[in-house]
Design a protein around this ligand. Sequence first.
Ligand code: SF4
Ligand code: SF4
Length: 386
Amino acid sequence: MNGPAPDRAAKAIVVLVACPDYDEPRVEAALRRGVGLLGGIGRFASGSERILLKPNVLVGAAAEKNVTTHPAVFKAMGRLLLENGARVSYGDSPGFGSLETAAAKSGLADAARGIGIEMADFSAAVQVSFSEALIARQLVLARAALDADGIIGLSKMKTHGFMRVTGAVKNQFGCVPGIRKGEYHVKMPRSEHFAAMLVDVCRRLKPRLNVMDGIVAMEGNGPGSGTPRRMNVLLLSADPLALDAVFCRLVHMPPHNVPTMKPGAESGLGTWEEDSIVILGDAPSRFSCPDFKVVRQPPVPFDRSFPYYLKKWITPRPVIDPGCCTRCGICSEVCPLEPEAVAPADRGLPPVYDYRRCIRCYCCQEMCPHGAISIRRPVLSRLIHR
Ligand code: SF4
Ligand code: SF4
């Protein structure tokens, strides 16, 4: 269903397409319909261009866990591009472990092999200057992402402890290779600074099209240990900010409480305001989910220089449930501080936090493979941000 590009001058277009499950033909039909409503695949990739697919491969987890972009969505997008003559590869930099392992566990490696898409080398990094940056004038990015003619983001609809939600904008952070991601957390512990850096990464990489896998989303303790929530929808847009804003509205989260929205709009990445977004496809009311479990308040301000009592009584902290903890030690490994603010498990006991030093980046909660870490809000924080 190709056609002329929709003429909606000055407004961002977000397409919503219903899809009840991950049955491959159904996903492919839904995706083709969505891309058609945006004007056809030719608007986003032409001829023999090198197109990089950027799925969310946070960690190696089976597709049914809904941590990663589902292989059926990945395959459908890959097929569409290949049919159009593009040379397609895919890549991401998982938060823990190698892309090879994570892609194999999530089913993405099989899906890629099945349609003849190669894995890009995301280990080689390049430092690039970005003079129009809000905050990150020097960025270290995967060479494969920079070398591609175009990027198509394939994000997953999930909650996120630090940024509230993870979607199209944050998905591009995976183009920052491995350990560098932790360095950004250390340099920018304040949520507004970190969000501005995410916006810079997305502006520098300029994904041409953003697709969000919201067929089964993740709510609660996301982005790695939340609960699957059926939303039955694919979202598509050339505007990553507008796409994330529509996701927020579907789950009754005020978009302006997501820290990427303000810097994203101010820097020209996109728009989040309702009257500047046109929704095409299926009616948003079909996917409205008022009881979606997501923290709807903005992140609590945090600064390393805050006195300890402020951190203790105001800033939410990661807490380990000893009954769920397997003492695997991954939380300590991914903590970006040196030395880490969560000591490795010792003598069979769960790891112990040093909350005085902890910068509340929640990387440990994000990466715990057993859902043993949750983010607890102190009473005062709940009173400030109801
Ligand atoms: S990552 Fe999770 S399961 Fe592993 S030691 Fe830390 S808290 Fe325990
Ligand atoms: S302990 Fe967890 S939240 Fe604190 S700095 Fe380390 S990874 Fe971040």
